[in-house]
Design a protein around this ligand. Structure first.
Ligand SMILES: [Zn+2]
Length: 142
């Protein structure tokens, strides 16, 4: 089975075989590694590209620089993202810069995490999660 993923470097869609884990995977367009799975900061346009073209779950962290719990959770979020390359796509939305997205998704408190599958919101959680809880939450939807 093949899945579509979006290259975090050039945003081109790649079709790759679905596997439990990957030793190597490079973008067919820009040749950079698709396994570099640090959370990607997105605006509305980039978010729509990831949502429309990802067969894997897309997790979005809605945060803001003035939010203490958001900053505290950031390393755990990055750790979870790095542990799950090509299993799930981790994104970040700075709600201070992207206020339209914050209201579009009715973000009432931050951090709020929303998990999307096939462009649809599947579940959201508010409040900071540890790396382990984050991974377990996402793994339910792989
Ligand atoms: Zn690329």
């Amino acid at each position: 089975m093949n899945v579509n993923v979006v290259c975090p470097h050039c945003l081109k869609v790649n079709r790759i075989p679905k596997k439990e884990s990957y030793a190597k995977a490079n973008c067919g367009s820009c040749k950079n590694s698709l396994l570099e799975s640090k959370p990607v900061a997105v605006d509305a346009e980039k978010l729509s590209i990831f949502l429309a073209n990802s067969d894997i779950p897309v997790v979005v962290d809605f945060w803001a620089p003035w939010c203490g719990p958001c900053l505290q959770m950031a390393p755990a979020y990055e750790e979870a993202a790095l542990a799950m390359p090509l299993q799930a796509q981790f994104l970040k939305v700075n709600t201070e810069e992207q206020q339209t997205l914050g209201s579009q998704y009715r973000i009432e408190s931050i951090p709020t995490l929303i998990l999307f599958k096939a462009t649809k919101e599947v579940e959201r959680v508010s409040g900071a999660l540890s790396t382990g809880r984050l991974q377990n939450w996402v793994k339910q939807y792989l």
